[in-house]
Write a protein that binds this ligand. Sequence first.
Ligand code: ADP
Ligand code: MG
Length: 318
Amino acid sequence: MRLEPGLAVVAVGGNSLIKGPDRMTVPDQYEAARETMVHIAEMIAQGWRVVITHGNGPQVGFILRRSELALHELHPVPLDAADADTQGAIGYMFQKALYNEFQRRGMNQLAVTVVTQVLVDRNDPAFQNPTKPIGSWMDEETARRRAAEQGWVVREDAGRGWRRVVPSPRPQRIIELAAIKALLQDGFVVIAVGGGGIPVVEDEEGNLVGVEAVIDKDLASALLAIEIRADLFLISTAVEKVALNYGRPDQRWLDRLTVSEARRYLAEGHFPPGSMGPKIEAILQYLEHGGKAALITDPPHIPAALRGETGTWFVPDP
Ligand code: ADP
Ligand code: MG
């Protein structure tokens, strides 16, 4: 599969910011972001117009942990404020990395971050059933202690340890959508909907109120891709391709999936809820709402995948 350059939403995952447990400092995060932005700059050099979205789970976790440790002296940081903080800090890293890479390549481009609120439904059933992992991974004992002491809901996440879970309502409307579109129209590279957006609800008077929840970044990115009629929805994560029977001896890498095939494999349990599941769900949303093509790969393979040489491509049913 190969596409003419157009408008793309590129959702970058946690691996673009945190490479491992010993690579978590802010300079480490910047280095990881810089490596990913080099590949996105290459894409832009090929003629793509790009909106970058990103995860923020670990970064929100750091802020909440700092807040917790400082309670004897300072007010706590609510989750919506932590979201806003990370959108700014991660947006800054991407803006700086892209600026430097554009300058190195002699490209006349500028990236700008939009602090983005995303409306959710106060009556979304997710508020009764928290599922979204946030914060750092913990061992089971620590997790159970935090649950008892702080009233957290905790759960095991994709076999990688225990994490706190919070409600994950569906994204309904991107509040700053018109601003994102205007910036794209004017030729800016836009960074938006960080961490899935800051979840807000409307009160009786129509005022926005931030809530303690996390919107899935892949679903929010799909909503953005639908709303701006993106030609491509690219999910950049830690794997070059998606697999059937992932991590098992009979694992099989996938090159190209139709909507029906993706839906079937999702139903068969090939894409777990904590990791690959939401990405496939997001891609299905996008393709079912007029999207033309979606791609999952890792940052170093973005240019080759766009040439049709690798990655897993998703297309509408024929
Ligand atoms: P991100 O931080 O980018 O959102 P996640 O860790 O949430 O990434 O999800 C991507 C991960 O999902 C991959 O790195 C891989 O470990 C895992 N995964 C689960 N099922 C599959 C599958 N069927 N094919 C490929 N990767 C899978
Ligand atoms: Mg994820």
